[in-house]
Design a binder for this molecule. Structure first.
Ligand code: C2O
Ligand code: CU
Ligand code: CU
Length: 511
């Protein structure tokens, strides 16, 4: 089977202009901004693309249909493989759910009982993990809930967490990079009944952006092997929602983006070419109390962010990824893509449509604050180890009392950047190197980037789903590291335990 995700272009044939030509041609214009025909130039780093060629309408993953059966909202997913023209004229071997690349967006509301049937039409085992979801371990789609080829697994649970942008992807032991890297990823949006004035018309002013990287060789004419970096496989070409060089014609002056870094290893340091602020409104597990203006937003694999972007009339600019420091040696940063400048999405404004009003506040998702007495645990990250061990599916590494809250301190003792993801919870990043965590990490998180020689302290409220025999995972979400066994397991047990006290936090004061 094969699919072609590339719709007809909506502009003139792509023109490739070298950076040098652009710099010469645009010498009179001093700052990045609208330049008539929509040309931009890149001021730093490596990029082989010009946003002049970003003419393909951004594809929007469809919302997955559901039906209500016996009070449950029932969805069906089928894992499948094929090949997909991710870049015009270049076909890639891909995998997806209900299609050959990526998966549909699942959407359900807090309080609903959901049931998802997952059928495996691949020739290898897979799983379906609900990343960021707070649910019983037996429904989590970890390596312990393997789905063999030609069989169906069903997960069922009640959604009980605030509105958030979660995602789903396979988690087969040792094969996650292969399957996610080929496109097995989809969004899982949770709604709740808290009223906000945020843009919320899916695909119109509430736009998902699932970012992956692939590798083109031979002057962009064929797929090639990715660069092997200390953090995993790095591609040289960005694909957003299955669209190469995407263009969004915004119909509204205020657009909400739900960004998912679904790449195996590449981090994206997002900014607007106009240098206008990105307004962060949500992190992995929910909304923030108020928009946080940021010039840059660094997202490592597995992390999500919700941002608001103001799109003035006649605007023509790009969301791009710019160089950043992963805290590794110069050479390791370079091979890991940290020096690259890559355009992600060109955004223009249609002449019709209304201007949006930027909200000052977002109804608060109460953030907890610890008042001491939390159980402490320490984890040391090595090159591909956690506390000097690699994953053993038959070993329980950590036993946690269901319903308790713990303080987890994670130190990256290696020379490689890592991130750290915990299943079955949303946590608060309390400190980074003993300083209060900066704004992009101040919200509910399930995945956090940890540079070499960095220590993060997390406050982790665990759910009440005790099950002493079925583990949840915690691991590095750089998928090559994860496949190498940089993963461990915890179970929730029922024993009595003194409960930590929690206070809702409503303001900037983090301590
Ligand atoms: Cu996104 Cu254990 O996974
Ligand atoms: Cu997960
Ligand atoms: Cu890692």
């Amino acid at each position: 089977m094969s699919t072609d995700l590339t719709p007809a272009t909506d502009g003139p044939a792509p023109i490739r202009i070298s950076r040098r030509t652009l710099l010469l041609g645009l010498g009179a214009i001093g700052v990045a901004g609208a330049v008539g025909a929509g040309g931009y130039w890149l001021t730093e780093g490596r990029s082989h693309e010009s946003s002049l060629s970003f003419t393909t309408p951004l594809r929007i993953p469809p919302l997955l249909e559901s039906e209500i059966v016996n009070g449950e909202r029932v969805f069906s997913l089928t894992a499948q493989a094929g090949d997909t023209q991710l870049v015009p004229g270049v076909r890639f071997s891909t995998m997806g759910f209900n299609g050959n690349y990526l998966g549909p967006t699942i959407r359900a509301a807090r309080g609903e009982h959901v049931r998802v049937h997952v059928t495996n039409n691949l020739t290898m085992a897979t799983t379906a993990h609900w990343h960021g979801m707070i649910l019983p371990a037996s429904q989590d789609g970890t390596p312990h809930q393997s789905i063999q080829p030609k069989s169906t697994w069903t997960a069922a649970w009640q959604i009980d967490q605030p509105a958030a942008t979660l995602w789903y992807h396979p988690h087969p032991h040792g094969q996650t990079e292969l399957q996610v890297g080929r496109g097995m990823a989809g969004l899982f949006l949770i709604d709740d009944d808290v009223t906000t004035n945020l843009p919320s018309d899916y695909g119109v002013d509430d736009i998902p952006l699932i970012i992956q990287d692939v590798t083109l060789r031979g002057g962009g004419t064929r797929p090639g092997p990715p660069t092997t970096a200390p953090i995993g496989r790095i591609g040289n070409t960005v694909i957003v929602n299955g669209t190469h060089q995407p263009h969004l014609r915004a119909r509204s002056g205020l657009v909400r983006f739900r960004v998912l870094n679904a790449s195996a290893a590449r981090c994206y340091n997002l900014e607007l070419s106009t240098k206008a602020p990105l307004r962060l409104i949500g992190t992995d597990g929910g909304l923030l109390p108020a928009p946080q203006p940021l010039t840059n937003l660094l997202l490592s694999p597995g992390e999500r962010a919700e941002i608001l972007i103001q799109v003035p009339k006649d605007a023509d600019f790009v969301l791009r990824s710019v160089p950043h420091d992963l805290g590794m040696s110069r050479g390791d940063n370079l091979t890991s893509g940290a020096d690259d400048t890559l355009d992600i999405l060109r955004i223009t404004r249609t002449s019709t449509g209304i201007d949006g009003v930027l909200p000052d506040t977002i109804p608060l998702t109460a953030h907890p604050r610890a008042t001491g007495g939390l159980a402490q645990r320490h984890f040391a990250l090595g090159d591909t180890t956690i506390n000097d061990k690699t994953m053993d599916m038959d070993r329980i590494d950590t036993v946690v009392v269901a319903g308790s809250t713990e303080n987890w301190t994670i130190t990256n003792t290696s020379t490689r950047a890592h991130n750290f993801h915990i299943h079955g919870t949303q946590f608060i990043v309390d400190t980074i190197n003993a300083e209060p965590a900066p704004s992009p990490n101040r919200g509910w998180k399930d995945t956090v980037l940890i540079a070499p020689q960095t220590t993060v302290e997390l406050i982790v409220p665990f759910s009440s789903f005790a099950d002493p025999t079925t583990p949840y995972m915690y691991h590095c979400h750089l998928l090559w590291h994860e496949d190498q066994g940089m993963m461990a397991q915890y179970v929730l047990t029922d024993e009595e335990h003194p409960r930590a006290s929690w206070l809702p936090e409503h303001d900037e004061a983090h301590h």
